[in-house]
Design a protein around this ligand. Structure first.
Ligand code: HEC
Ligand code: HEC
Length: 436
């Protein structure tokens, strides 16, 4: 409402100014006190009516594009304006009353129309159910690129990321140094080589389950390259690439989340798209869709297969991951933190790459650490600094340069504040903070 008044003034201030001028003019120029009073009063009413009319117009223009139900409000305002003018301006009274009546009828009709259940419901975004199975390998590859990087042709864009979240950890360009996780360039060829590694024997199939918590010598059970890739996605700890395991796990546990499980939750169709892209972008022929799907069915039990929702995750736009309008769980998920961090109270945030984010307890301790050389003075400042500039202080026993350094340009101020607020309230032994 206040916003509407502001907009009305913004639009019609010249008219309002003119009327106020007229009011002042009457005050000085008319000497007969009765006439003066009457003229001033009428101008005052005029100002009120002009304001109402402006509000009505601005409400109308503002809501016209949206699927708003507030349009009748404009008509009601004009109706009131017409009647008021009809009452106080006797010379145009008849005209205004007739006009007012017409607007009243219009308002009533459109108001009633809006109360009826809206069949069209303001154009819900069409739910595109992608039929991965019947796509050509080119189309499938394009979908894969979208899932990994957020758009077709985005694989060459620095920092591009899609719902698959792979670039949080993996490099994809040939020759790029990828410290957090193996560079995925060359994976179609490398996959076969992995099967030949001494600790990849599948001689211990009996001890292997698809819910593998930890790799052990001989735990890999893939029989070809595509199965290796499927196993890497569906059961990261079934075989851990040497040197990339969770610290202290002796390469027994992978920090990579199961891609078919929350927070990422890709369907088998989406996984097939991702894999197809990894072959075709290197100019290699991808296995047929059915072959890829079958490879995943080997590792993902029926009950664990995400239903093909076809839900197109709408990003906050451009390079921004989240804008802060999301509910808390979703906000963290979109920002990508749960893939690496365990965050108390946040759904599916069980990542093991970074520290447990009990920041209400951690942050004050970090600030007290004599080796702390950052600029933060308060816990909240410390948390903000850790997100915007992760290398300002590197948590003991964790490597530097693992956490992405571009959150400053990927999160809006609103998103950042909301994240910092939540983390700052997480204290050991205290109840979880409220979520939106
Ligand atoms: C949180 C970080 C993280 C995310 C997110 C992640 N990975 Fe990984 N991934 C790893 C790490 C670390 C390894 C190496 C350890 C292992 O073998 O599991 C790995 C291993 C792999 C491998 C085996 C690589 C090899 O050289 O043998 C493949 C394939 C793979 N990831 C694909 C993906 C894809 C595709 C996505 C996105 C859908 C993804 N990963 C998301 C961290 C991640
Ligand atoms: C690719 C993995 C990765 C992602 C994604 C990631 N982080 Fe981190 N984060 C780390 C690692 C590793 C550390 C520890 C090393 C360091 O201090 O830089 C860390 C440290 C931190 C710290 C300091 C913790 C402490 O107790 O001092 C905070 C706070 C933090 N991350 C918040 C976040 C938030 C919020 C997000 C999401 C917007 C996020 N991180 C995304 C890997 C990640």
């Amino acid at each position: 409402m206040v916003e509407l008044m502001g907009r009305a003034i913004g639009m019609g201030w010249p008219v309002l100014l003119m009327l106020v001028g007229l009011l002042l003019y009457f005050q000085v120029s008319i000497s007969d006190p009765v006439k003066k009073k009457r003229a001033s009063f009428q101008t005052l009413i005029g100002i009120l009516c002009a304001f109402l009319a402006l509000m009505a117009i601005s409400n109308y223009t503002h809501n016209f594009e949206g699927e708003s139900r507030l349009l009748p409000v404009s008509l009601v305002m004009i109706t009131i304006m017409s009647f008021v003018m009809g009452l106080y301006f006797p010379n145009i009274s008849a005209l205004m009353k007739i006009g007012g009546f017409m607007f009243f009828v219009a308002a009533a009709l459109s108001g009633y129309g809006n109360w009826l259940p809206q069949v069209e419901g303001g154009f819900p975004p069409p739910v595109v159910k992608l039929d991965f199975q019947s796509m050509s390998s080119q189309q499938l590859g394009d979908e894969g690129e979208k899932i990994i990087f957020g758009g077709i042709g985005q694989s060459k864009t620095q920092g591009a990321i899609g719902k698959g979240q792979c670039p949080l950890c993996h490099g994809f360009q040939q020759g790029f140094l990828s410290e957090r996780a193996p560079n995925l360039y060359g994976i179609p060829d490398r996959a076969i080589e992995r099967l030949k590694e001494p600790n990849y024997h599948m001689n211990n199939v009996a001890a292997r389950t698809t819910e593998q918590k930890e790799a052990f010598p001989g735990s890999g059970t893939a029989t070809n390259a595509q199965e290796y890739i499927a196993e890497s996605h569906a059961c990261p700890s079934c075989f851990v690439v040497t040197g990339f395991g969770v610290k202290g796990s002796n390469d027994g546990t992978s920090p990579m989340p199961k891609i078919h499980k929350p927070p990422i939750s890709l369907t088998i169709g989406e996984l097939a798209a991702v894999d197809t892209w990894m072959y075709t972008r290197e100019g290699k022929e991808a296995p047929a869709y059915d072959v890829i799907a079958t490879s995943y069915e080997k590792f993902i039990p029926e009950a664990d297969r995400p239903a093909a929702g076809g839900e197109e995750e709408k990003g906050a736009g451009g390079n921004i991951l989240a804008d802060g309008s999301e509910p808390t769980d979703k906000l963290f998920m979109k920002a990508g933190c749960p893939a690496c961090h365990t965050i108390p109270g946040i759904q599916d945030a069980v990542g093991k790459v970074g520290p447990l984010l009990m920041e209400g307890s951690n942050a004050p301790n970090r600030l007290k650490d004599p080796t702390y050389k950052g600029k933060a003075k308060s816990p909240k400042e410390y948390i903000t600094e850790s997100i915007l500039n992760p290398s300002a202080y590197v948590v003991k026993d964790f490597p530097d340069n693992q956490m992405p350094k571009d959150f400053g340009v990927r999160l809006t101020g609103g998103a950042l504040n909301k994240i910092v607020d939540y983390l700052a309230q997480l204290k050991e032994g205290q109840p979880l903070p409220p979520k939106e």
